[in-house]
Design a protein around this ligand. Sequence first.
Ligand SMILES: Cc1ncc(COP(=O)(O)O)c(C=O)c1O
Length: 505
Amino acid sequence: MSAATPTVLRQLSPATTARLLGTWHAGGPAYVALADALRAAVLSGTLAPHTRLPSERELAATLRVSRTTTSGAYARLRELGFAVSRVGSGTVTTLPQRAVGPGPGRPAGGDAPVADDALRGATPAGVRSGVGHLDLWQATPPAPPELHEAFARALEGLPAYLDSGGYEPYGLAPLREAIAARYRERGVPTTADEILVTTGAQQAISLLAHTHLHPGDRAVVESPTYFHAMEAMRDAGGRVVGVPTGPLDVDLLASTVRRSRPRLVYLVPDFQNPTGFVMSESQRAAVREIADRYGVTVVGDETLVELGLSGEWADGATPPAFAGDGASPHVVSVGSASKAFWGGLRVGWVRAHPQVIAHLARARQSADIATAVLEQLAVTELLGRRAEVMAGRRHLLRERRDLLVHKLQESLPWDVPTPPGGLFCWVDLGLPVAQAFAAAAAAEGALVAAGPIFSPDSAGATSRVRLTFTRSPAELTEAVPRLVRAWGRVAGRQRSAGSARHGTT
Ligand SMILES: Cc1ncc(COP(=O)(O)O)c(C=O)c1O
């Protein structure tokens, strides 16, 4: 392996590794299954590159497998380019310099290395697409046709800003006003000074986490929930506590807040990531009441709110605004241009009390100072054409959702509900083998998100996987046979393990 010694950013304990892997072994040679599961974790981004893995001995003891299994698995990972070993620093995850897996357009299933220089220094997302994996993990719709024109008009408007320094920590005034206007349109009285433009909703979540949490403070989330929100809270030192959702148990939320006195509650009220659930109006009112009663900041992440696809949301109606009448100083809304328009814009926002906004604007100084001007101008344009852009978006997403749901339902014995909106199917496999299935799917050349990564203790939703339907019809069509093969491997192993237990073969 020609990789330079990576900077080790963190060390994974044997217990965390075991939690991350879940039911990784559903049959077959154990060292292959273990290597596949670790590789799937790296490919999906849940196991960061440059992470030091536990020693072979420690991992063997924790997983209750032989040392031969862990050393075989680590050797296989090294061979595939997903780990390097160095004297004194153990086994460290890395990204392949020679990619592994089926090349674009080639049949899946092979483990033969494929040379791909483009992968040097790639991110996990880059690796995912670079090795020809069909990515049903990352839920990112393509840009709408109107995007190009929005940038052309933004460029025309740019000269008005060129005499300024270009740093606008609160965001450009016209964009703040356009975002405030959208809240007013949805029934929430809002002024521009209640809006902070951020570099994506992810930065909004991260700023909220870092300004509200001190090391050891609790943060309450739905379980399952958006993976990178939990990460942001942990990065800020928070201890993340889950309350079951799908739908959200509001009484349990109230008692959890009463008992654990969190500094932050984070919820995804619309087409929830990953379950697709929409919080009812009365649940939203109950959540705001909890915020006021306990004086806890409750964040409603409305990143997905514009993505209604069927039923009452079929024609562009959006679920009720999380902020209600917008009066509570404890209720904060987060929004984003990423899913409605395009992830590459990296524009998000926070709606909150002006004092909270000022606090967040100060905190962002050490992060990125401000969001890029041209992108903000483009989003202002797109918000001006929102209804038209979203009509096209809904059409595209509905078609892709229906295609994936139909293909899964006809090819696999799973429970595949049709989500009313959002970007993913939250599929019930019927067996608690989500991680083993995700690993088998990665080996077949398809990336799926295993349910447990969405729960705070990495232990829930073991029979669920999240599949995005944002990919093109051709990619969705190509992915399903890979999933079928992966399921055959996992379910077949389950069956033979079952018959072996019952004394039959
Ligand atoms: C619920 C939720 N919030 C926030 C984000 C990140 O959004 P952004 O691209 O605006 O940072 C995502 C991305 O998938 C998401 O699903």
